[in-house]
Design a protein around this ligand. Structure first.
Ligand code: PAF
Length: 279
C-alpha cells in the first residue's frame, strides 16, 4: 500500500495505473475510520482495480465555531485498517497541500444544499463539493463511494456531478449501525457514557417512525413527531427533523413519493445525524 502526501505523488501513481488500464475507485474520508468506512472500501473493490482512500479533515467544510480542531485523528490506526482491507493507496495531504494561500475558486450547489444541514452549517456543502471535486481531479477516479448516513451530502454530490459533467460514477452505500442501532460516526467518540445512552433515542425514534410508515402512516408531521418525542424524552436538543422529498429535499406534508426522514440532534455538544429513506 502506498501513502501519498502530495498531489504530485498521487498523480504519478494514478498515471502509472491508468497507463495499465486500471480502473480507480475512490473512498473519500476524513479519517478515524470505522466499519461504515470499511463497508465503502468493500464496495470500492467491486468498482475499481485500484482503491484509493483519501484521509483529509477538510477545513473548508467546518464553520468557525465547529469541531475542526478536535475532530478525532489517528493516522496509524487508519493506515492499519486500510492495509487490512486491501486499499492500494492512501491520499493524506496537508491543508496547505490542498489549499493555496490565495485559493479563491469554489463549487457551490445552490438547491439541495440549502435545507437541513445547510441551515445550521451554511458553508458546509460548499466546502464538501469543492474538496470532493479536487479529490476527483487529483485521483482521476472512475467511481467514488459515499455513505447514505450523510444522505444530503450524497445527493448534493450526485447533483454536482450531473450538473458539471464530472466523469465519475457515484455509488451510495447503506448506513452502517452499531449493534444497538446508533449510526456509526467518527463523532460518536465525543459522547460521554450518559450521552451515548441518550443518543440511542435518535435511532429508536427513526426506527419507530419507519415502522409507522411501513404500517401505512403517510403524514409527515406524524412521523416527525415520533422522532421528536423520542429525542426530547432523552433530552436531545433538536437541530432539525424533516421529512423531505428524496429528489428535491423539499418538505412533504403527505408522503406520496420517495422520501427522506432525517434528523440532526445534539447530545451535549455533539451533533449527530441519522436518517431513513422511505418508499
Ligand atoms: O463525508 C465525509 O467524510 C466528508 O464530508 C468528505 C466527503 C470526505 C469530504 O471532506
Amino acid at each position: 500500500m502506498q501513502i501519498c502526501r502530495t498531489v504530485k505523488e498521487m498523480r504519478a501513481l494514478v498515471d502509472e495505473w491508468r497507463a495499465n488500464n486500471s480502473k480507480i475507485a475512490l473512498v473519500p474520508t476524513m479519517g478515524y475510520l470505522h466499519d461504515g468506512h470499511i463497508s465503502l472500501v468493500k464496495i470500492a473493490h467491486t468498482l475499481g482495480d485500484k482503491v484509493v482512500l483519501s484521509l483529509f479533515v477538510n477545513p473548508t467544510q467546518f464553520g468557525p465555531t465547529e469541531d475542526l480542531d478536535k475532530y478525532p485523528r489517528d493516522f496509524q490506526r487508519d493506515v492499519d485498517a486500510c492495509e487490512k482491507n486491501g486499499v492500494d493507496a492512501i491520499f493524506a495531504p496537508t491543508p496547505d497541500e490542498m489549499y493555496a494561500k490565495d485559493f479563491s475558486t469554489w463549487v457551490t450547489e445552490t438547491s439541495l444544499s440549502l435545507p437541513m444541514c445547510g441551515v445550521s452549517r451554511p458553508i458546509h456543502f460548499r466546502g464538501v463539493c469543492t474538496v470532493v471535486l479536487k479529490l476527483f481531479n487529483i485521483t482521476r477516479c472512475d467511481a467514488a463511494v459515499f455513505g447514505k448516513k450523510d444522505a444530503q451530502q450524497a445527493l448534493v454530490i450526485q447533483r454536482m456531478v450531473r450538473d458539471l459533467n464530472v466523469p465519475v460514477e457515484i455509488v451510495t452505500a447503506p448506513l452502517v449501525r452499531e449493534a444497538d442501532g446508533l449510526a456509526m460516526s467518527s463523532r460518536n467518540r465525543y459522547l460521554s457514557a450518559d450521552e451515548r445512552e441518550r443518543a440511542l433515542s435518535l435511532s429508536r425514534g427513526i426506527f419507530a417512525a419507519e415502522k409507522l410508515y411501513n404500517k401505512g402512516e403517510r403524514s409527515a408531521s406524524v412521523l416527525i413527531a415520533e422522532v421528536q418525542k423520542s429525542v426530547e424524552q432523552a433530552n436531545g436538543k433538536i437541530d432539525y427533523i424533516v421529512c423531505n422529498a428524496r429528489d428535491t429535499l423539499m418538505p412533504l406534508e403527505s408522503i406520496d413519493r420517495p422520501a427522506l426522514l432525517a434528523a440532526a440532534v445534539y447530545f451535549g455538544t455533539t451533533r449527530l445525524i441519522d436518517n431513513v429513506f422511505l418508499g
